[in-house]
Design a protein around this ligand. Structure first.
Ligand code: DGY
Length: 425
């Protein structure tokens, strides 16, 4: 299985970066790239570090690390670099990129690699860029002074068509969207991709952002989608902890990072925890209300160590094992469905509406292990490995029969298989 996974990473390698999927995703994606570097680090450390350097080449001058770096590669992917019109911003880098960001996994991945194979010189090189990105998130995306950061586009959540965004997107009037041709249903069946209505909104938001030349203040004021996301803030919190460890090793003053950590810690439970339901809900900042939709993201505070012991126990007992939500039953045999099975629009094969994603299993299993839920961590790892073993390295999987969906030859699935198999047998 390790050999097969390596082959996927090699085949998706285009020299300076690795495609998340051979046809569907022909450029460099931010958090995919971090995971790819993690997988590569097991057998080609230099190539893993190059992956990170290439991603950082797309960093904007104000610190933003974009969700896609195009690297001048020609493709049929939409939105193409021209569509973003990022050159209206004074902060753009030389290489073409998208104009939005993605969950900041990178610092944590670099820290993890460094713990196994010390790369202090490399860390000295990339630390300023990581710090700059995190500072940008805390300064430009803290819309209400709570220390929690906001996302302004479903793509920034990494869980594009998550049911978490349904209600909110319905309230957005996607008027005046420039004509566009979706490219994402060319290689993957439309029934496994976001609905047209959702896609219309994704593009509408880009149109709006480019009208404002990606001025963050204007985007926070004008984006109808303004959300404090449990996943994004959990990943950022853990990344801040890991960045701090790296900073300490380099002898840097880490008081600024301490400040960020304290803010998220103060605001997180107050904002996201729902005592009645016993889970964490995202917050729709535009309409000042919690988004009461249960998806696999409810377990992410375990990955960040932000949940109390009691909260962790409720998440495990009342949600993870409950067959109404995330437990297995006669029909749904694999964990972790990306959305609670109880949701009316639950869809076993459609993108983030229900299928199992290897990354989600990995993040949640890490969190489970940290809280001492070894059995649950093993269930997540075992199911993920079984899915990849029987259906190959796919983008996501149907939790009923384990069949693969979305892109074939998916890099982060392969990378995480390597990580799992090489670190715990
Ligand atoms: C896509 O093209 O579907 C990506 O998820 C956007 O980043």
């Amino acid at each position: 299985m390790i050999a097969a996974a390596k082959k996927v990473l090699r085949e998706n390698d285009v020299g300076v970066f690795t495609r998340p999927g051979p046809k569907q995703y022909p450029h460099q994606w931010n958090w995919d790239s971090a995971l790819i570097a993690l997988g590569l680090s097991h057998f080609d450390l230099e190539r893993a570090l190059l992956e990170v350097r290439s991603l950082l080449a797309g960093q904007w001058r104000d610190g933003m690390l974009p969700h896609v770096v195009y690297h001048g590669v020609k493709s049929d992917y939409f939105p193409d670099p021209g569509y973003w019109r990022i050159t209206g911003s004074p902060h753009t880098p030389k290489t073409p990129t998208s104009g939005i960001t993605q969950p900041p996994l990178l610092a944590s991945i670099i820290y993890r690699i460094h713990q196994r194979q010390p790369i202090l010189e490399f860390i000295r090189e990339v630390y300023p860029a990581l710090l700059h990105w995190h500072r940008w998130l805390h300064e430009k995306r803290d819309a209400d002074g709570t220390g929690l950061v906001c996302i302004i586009h479903p793509w920034e959540s990494g869980t594009d068509d998550s049911p978490r965004w349904l209600e909110l997107l319905k309230s957005v009037e996607a008027v005046g969207t420039v004509d566009f041709n979706r490219g994402d249903t060319r290689y993957v069946d439309a029934t496994e991709r976001p609905f047209q209505h959702d896609y219309q909104h994704f593009i509408y938001l880009i149109d709006l952002f480019r009208k404002h030349n990606y001025d963050q203040k204007a985007l926070i004021e004008n984006s109808p989608f303004l959300v404090q996301d449990v996943l994004f803030n959990s990943i950022l919190y853990r990344a801040n902890l890991d960045l701090k460890s790296l900073g300490v090793e380099l002898g840097e003053d880490t008081s600024e990072i301490n400040g960020w950590l304290a803010c998220i810690q103060d605001g997180f439970i107050k904002r996201f925890w729902d005592e009645e339901q016993g889970l964490f809900y995202d917050y729709d900042l535009r309409h000042q209300r919690p988004i009461r939709v249960s998806t696999g993201v409810i377990f992410l505070p375990l990955y960040a160590s932000l949940a109390t012991r009691q909260q962790a126990e409720r998440l495990v007992q009342d949600h993870f094992h409950d067959p109404v939500h995330y437990g297995v039953d006669k029909v749904v045999r694999y964990r972790l469905t990306s959305a609670s099975k109880s949701l009316p629009g639950w869809d076993a094969r459609r993108y983030w509406r229900g299928p199992v994603w290897i990354l989600l299993n990995w993040l949640v299993s890490e969190g489970m292990r940290d809280y001492g839920f070894e059995r649950e961590a093993e269930l997540l790892r075992g199911d993920a490995l079984q899915l990849m073993d029987t259906s190959g390295f796919r983008e996501y999987y149907d939790a009923r029969d384990g069949s693969g969906c979305g892109s074939e030859g998916f890099s982060w699935s392969a990378a995480l298989a390597i990580e799992w198999l090489q670190t715990r047998n």
